[in-house]
Write a protein that binds this ligand. Structure first.
Ligand code: GAP
Length: 502
């Protein structure tokens, strides 16, 4: 069973490469760990997911506005948010096989249990008592280094001076201890050190006043953002599930203190229903409330939207009730009051109208690239059937929701002659004019073209054949049922529009 699920992942990874959805980054140089490139179809799928999110979260709501903030922010942002001091993973080195891994992701054992593993030095079997509640994920050894916290933020340097040449001059010919070298390095590099944002969320807090005041927004309101985030992830996990560079779709919803419970109820339902809307198997999505010890100390509630991946239930989106923590932290650190004045609101302390408060926040934080993976898994199907000669065959089909499909309609001339390409190109142009993604495709036999479009999730194929030349009709083939129906060329747009529910 586990093997079959692993096999499904391998098939999806292979399809992603073969059909141009996702490639390993810098592949010709051996690839870069946990970094991926989204190819011609991957970028379309990702944009479609992001557009659907933006439509639901911004365009179809009166109370949410957008933001596109810079990736590099003032380093004090990360000091105030706590990312510099505590956005870290506990890392451990295996003293047997030398693997470095995350303690919180390692296989769990009972402290004191007898653990058997193979010595890397002499290949003999050893038995040792576990001193911790986990062992090495590679060799099962309980012989481990101390845990060290490793900050996940990528550092870089800003400014016209190369800090390394400055520091190397100061270090030259000095006989310093490693601690002294480290202190000197830190002091010299600090003024020019900046960070690649590890989440898009902080900009929404930092720009709270500018956005609220420029649009005279009334609480409750939200600020939404889609963009890249960067984390120096040590664990390589499940293809694009955990990447070093990924895209997030986050929204900070600012509400009156005391109303956060009802908004949490609203947003958790809204978000799970959004995922289910585009899914074939909606039972594979669920909400899971965090245990008290799982939550950040400042949060008063938290849910994960989880998906049943081939390796089991795992996180897709986090929905956190973050109280007034972030706005207060940035207020303290910047000296700028990040508060809201409600003229009509009754001040609980005075009992009179006019209440200035720090809004509470509900944050639905989704991963766009993780959603892409989950919709690929949800859509992937292998169906048994028979070919034109009656032989058994397996059809691979990506049953992507039409709104997510990279190409909505493929237009296929049966032959590359007899005027068929010209008719096909004219039809494609009409779809372009309507803003519907269409693809002209004349290569290989028609059956192979259908298979190719099934594999990339194109919902409809329109075929121009000999009858078209006689009676101006074409066939429309449905990806999921493979049924074909004749329609007139004139009806092509309206038929596809109707079926796509556009
Ligand atoms: N502002 C809150 C925040 O960033 P998070 O749970 O760390 O919360 C939110 O991230 C979502 O971003 C996750 O649920 C996941 O979908 C996505 N995500 C986080 N780290 C990721 C990574 N390394 N690769 C891909 N997606 C990631």
């Amino acid at each position: 069973m586990a093997e079959a699920k692993n096999d499904t992942m391998q098939k999806i990874i292979s399809l992603c490469k073969r059909r141009g959805f996702v490639f390993q980054s810098s592949e010709i140089y051996g690839g870069l760990k946990s970094c991926y490139d989204y190819g011609p179809l991957g970028i379309e799928l990702k944009k479609n997911i992001q557009n659907e999110w933006w439509r639901a979260m911004v365009h179809q709501r009166e109370d949410i506005v957008g933001l596109d903030a810079s990736i590099i922010m003032h380093p004090k942002v990360w000091e105030a948010s706590g990312h510099l001091s505590s956005f870290s993973d506990p890392l451990v080195d295996c003293l047997n096989c030398k693997e470095r891994f995350r303690a919180d992701k390692a296989p769990i054992v009972e402290v004191g249990a007898e653990i058997t593993y193979k010595s890397q030095a002499n290949k003999k079997e050893l038995t040792k008592k576990a001193e911790r509640s986990y062992v090495c994920p590679i060799c099962n050894s309980p012989d481990l280094s101390a845990e060290r916290n490793f900050n996940l933020m990528f550092k870089t340097f800003m400014g016209s001076v190369d800090p390394l040449s400055e520091v190397s001059e100061k270090l030259a010919n000095k006989n310093l201890s490693s601690t002294e070298v480290r202190t000197l390095l830190e002091n010299e590099l600090k003024p020019s050190t900046v960070y690649m944002r590890p989440e898009t969320a902080q900009a929404m807090f930092v720009q709270f006043n500018n956005i609220q005041q420029s649009l005279s927004l009334k609480v409750p309101f939200g600020i939404a953002q889609i963009g890249k985030s960067f984390r120096n992830e040590v664990t390589v996990e499940h293809f694009i599930f955990r990447s070093c560079e990924f895209e997030q779709m986050e929204m900070e919803f600012f509400c009156e203190p005391g109303t956060q419970k009802e908004w949490m109820k609203f947003w958790k339902e809204e978000r799970i229903n959004w995922y289910k809307r585009y899914a074939n198997n909606s039972d594979n999505f669920r909400l899971r409330q965090h245990e008290q010890d799982e939550m950040a100390f400042y949060a008063d509630d938290c849910y994960d939207v989880e998906y049943l991946y081939p390796w089991g239930w795992d996180e897709l989106e986090g929905i956190a009730s973050r109280t007034d923590y972030d706005l207060k932290k940035h207020s303290e650190a910047s000296g700028e009051k990040l508060t809201y004045f409600d003229q009509q609101g009754i001040n609980p302390e005075t009992g009179k109208p006019g209440w200035r408060y720090t809004p509470y926040v509900i944050e639905p934080a989704a991963g766009a690239t993780r959603a892409l993976l989950c919709y690929l898994i949800d859509a992937y199907a292998e169906e048994k059937g028979v070919d034109a000669k009656g032989n058994e065959k397996v059809r691979t089909v990506l049953k992507l929701h039409p709104r997510l499909a990279p190409i909505k309609v493929a237009v296929l001339p049966l032959q590359k002659k007899n005027g068929m390409p010209e008719i096909a190109r004219e039809i494609v142009q009409r779809f372009f004019n309507e803003g519907i993604t269409a693809k002209y495709d004349e290569n290989t036999a028609i059956g192979k073209r259908y298979s190719r479009h099934d594999e990339i999730g194109t919902p409809y194929c329109l075929t121009i054949d000999f009858d078209t030349l006689e009676d101006n009709t074409i066939t429309i083939r449905d990806r999921d049922t493979t049924e074909q129906k004749r329609i007139s060329v004139e009806d092509a747009i309206s038929e596809v529009r109707k079926r796509l529910e556009l």
